[in-house]
Structures are given as C-alpha cells and as structure tokens.
Write a protein that binds this ligand. Structure first.
Ligand code: TXA
Ligand code: MG
Length: 357
C-alpha cells in the first residue's frame, strides 16, 4: 500500500459519520434491531438526547462508556416504557408508585435498590439503579419495539454540554457512533430531575430538573431533601469550588465541573447594560431574558424574549454550544432569579459549566 493510500484510508476512518434517521416505521424497526443486537443508537428524549444501548447487555453498555469517554465510576440511567420493566430492574416501594403515577412518562429519574439482572457496569458496581420512563414519542416507540430496557446517558463527550438536537449529537459524537434518531429539538432542554428513593422515608433530589422538589413533596406528602452542595458561589465571577468529584456524593456524575464549554464562563447574578458596555470585543453576554429597550449588538444574546424561564431552559445548552466555536474568549452568563423549579436547574447547570475543576 502506498503512503498516499494509507493516508486516504486513515482520513476515511476519522471521517466515518453517523447516519441520521427520521422516525419512520422502517427506521424504527431497523434501529430496534441494532439495539437488540448489542449496538448503540443516539435517541431523542424530552430532556436531552441520550446514547442508548441494551441495559441488560454489558457489552452494549461498554460501547456507550467508550463512545462518550465516560469514566467507569459514573453509572447510567436505565429507560423503560412500562412498570413491568421497572420490576425487572429494581425493587419498588410506595413512594416510587406515587411519583411514577404523577410524573411518568416524564423528566424524573428515580434511584432504587437494583436487582441482580442489571449488570454492574451499568450501575458502576452500586447496589442501586437509576430508572426513568421518558416521554418522547419516538424513544418510547423504540423502547417498545426493541423490548429491552435501554441504558442512556446524555449523548455528549464526557463533561461537555448535553445535546438538545440531533445536530448537536452529530457535531460532537458523529465520528464515534453509527446511528442517530432525529426527533427534533428537546422540549425541556435540561436533564431529568434525579430523585433518590432508596429509602422512601428520606426522598432526596440528587440533580434538580424540570420537576421540582416542591412538586415531588406535594405528591409524596413529605419533605424532599436536596443532596449536599459542595460548591460556593460569590456575587460575580462565581466559581465552583471543591474536588473534581463531590466527596461522598450519591451521584458521582454530578461533578463540580460538568456541562462545560471550552470557553471560560463568568457568571453574574444580574447582567446590566453597564456591564455589557465595559466588555472587550471578544467577550459575549447572555442575558436570561430580553429587557425593555435592550439594544441589539453582535455580542449580546438572550434566552427568552418574554421572561419565560422554561423557554430559557430549553435554549440554554444550544446557546452555549453556539457560542463555543472559538470566536469568543469569555461568555458572561446571567443566573436565573429564584431558587426552585427551572431557575434552580438552570443555575445548577450554569454553575457547573463555569466551574474550573
Ligand atoms: O434527562 C436525563 O436524565 C438524560 C436522558 C438521556 O434521559 N440522561 C442523563 O444521563 O442525563 P447522564 O448519564 O448524563 O446523567 C445521569 C446521572 C449521572 O450523574 C449519574 O451519576 C447519575 O445519574 N446516576 C446514575 N445511576 C445512579 C445511581 N444508581 N445512584 C446515583 N446516581 C446515579
Ligand atoms: Mg450527562
């Protein structure tokens, strides 16, 4: 083989691109077969896109860890489409029945004692498993057709921003995976709320999401705690402190630094026109909401025109990705006002995105 043809072959390998599928009958049948045979497929969910594989097949799940560059100590969420599958994977209690009735299918993941059938690889050797019944029509359809519970972390390289569109998945994992099911833009745009229900008397939110602790408390009829925070925030230029991995944290994937663009992020409790005026030309400002009289400028963006925190959440990750192309030296982002619901979830992601370690 000549030098030229070796180089051409290498180029071809590097450029191997994932195939995009629409949710047609034919493609769903084909993708279900890929999954049943131990392959992996990027799938749309209502929260963020996931990278799915048969949760009961350790070899399939190993491919997920490899494609993402995910450390083995960060367990996967298993997705199901009915309660019989939950019983196959985990030990139920009254609390999970209540929250499942109220919030499934939807953006809530529960952590429960696991059954032996779940490979240790999926749970990183833990005695518990995280389970979610998603709401996206195409993902539910795929789950039904392949007949297996599907392990699926967010479909991004480990530590990077979660994808909220099929194009995001292709951009960052397209050379590592073969199949992407395009189900449109994610409706919620932030990862699910994770609720630890191992002890039904001590429900604890491990990761805030679209479903708030308050809503869960109402359904359970008891107070819902929040996992211990390991970070400190200051008014401007907030930085997350702590070790790379929260010591003793229940969700090891909840690193201080996570969801991070390459560009440095500086957080502000409130951005103002005065701050924007002082920015150098290579720094950009992202307001949460458009303010009256706010002027258009190349380095000013907002997540919602009309003060809609849900819409801001939906656009957050897409905005961070769009601004992370190397053209900006620093992103100034505004924290959401409030300490519950979408505001809490947005701030959790922003603080981790801004963290240095
Ligand atoms: O919305 C979502 O949850 C998306 C979509 C695809 O469903 N998935 C997602 O997965 O965000 P991932 O892997 O990016 O985040 C899952 C988190 C990690 O922080 C992991 O440590 C935690 O769930 N986790 C998984 N199993 C756990 C367990 N048994 N106990 C505690 N935390 C667990
Ligand atoms: Mg993730």
């Amino acid at each position: 083989m000549t030098k030229g043809s070796i180089a051409a072959k290498r180029r071809k390998t590097v450029k191997a691109k994932a195939r995009m599928y629409r949710g047609t009958e034919r493609s769903l049948a084909q993708l279900a077969r890929v999954l049943r045979e131990g392959g992996i497929v990027a799938v749309p969910t209502e929260t963020v896109y996931g990278l799915a594989g048969d949760a009961l097949n350790a070899a399939a799940c190993r491919k997920i860890f490899k494609a993402k560059g995910r450390p083995a100590n960060d367990p996967l969420i298993v997705h199901i489409w009915d309660m019989a599958q939950l019983d196959e994977l985990a030990v139920r209690n009254d609390a999970v029945e209540k929250v499942a009735r109220a919030f499934w299918p939807g953006p809530l993941t529960v952590v429960l004692p696991k059954r032996a059938v779940v490979p240790d690889l999926v749970t990183s050797g833990r005695a518990s498993v995280a389970v979610r019944m998603p709401k996206h029509r195409l993902f539910l359809e795929l789950l039904k057709r392949c007949g297996r519970p599907l392990a699926a972390p967010s479909a991004n390289p480990f530590g990077y921003i979660s994808p909220t569109s099929a194009a995001h998945v292709r951009d960052s994992l397209g050379s590592k995976i073969g199949h992407i099911l395009d189900g449109g833009d994610a409706d919620i745009g932030l990862e699910s709320t994770i609720l630890d229900l191992r002890d039904p008397k001590k429900p604890t939110v491990l990761r805030p999401g679209a479903i708030s602790a308050k809503e869960i408390s109402r359904v359970l009829g008891r107070r819902v705690g929040a996992a211990q925070k390991t970070k400190k925030t200051t008014a401007r230029g907030e930085r997350t402190r702590g070790k790379g991995m929260a010591s003793g944290a229940l969700a090891p994937g909840m690193l201080s630094k996570h969801y991070s663009p390459r560009t440095t992020i500086t957080l502000h409790r409130r951005l103002s026109a005065a701050i924007v005026k002082t920015l150098p030309a290579d720094e950009v400002a992202v307001f949460l909401f458009k303010r009256p009289g706010m002027s258009e400028a190349v380095n000013v963006f907002w997540l919602s025109e009309c003060g809609d925190v849900r819409r801001a959440a939906r656009r957050l990750f897409g905005m961070l990705r769009a601004l992370d192309g190397g053209q900006w030296k620093r992103i100034h982002a505004e924290l959401a006002p409030g300490a519950d619901g979408f505001a809490l979830a947005i701030n959790d992601r922003l603080i981790r995105a801004a963290a240095k370690w």
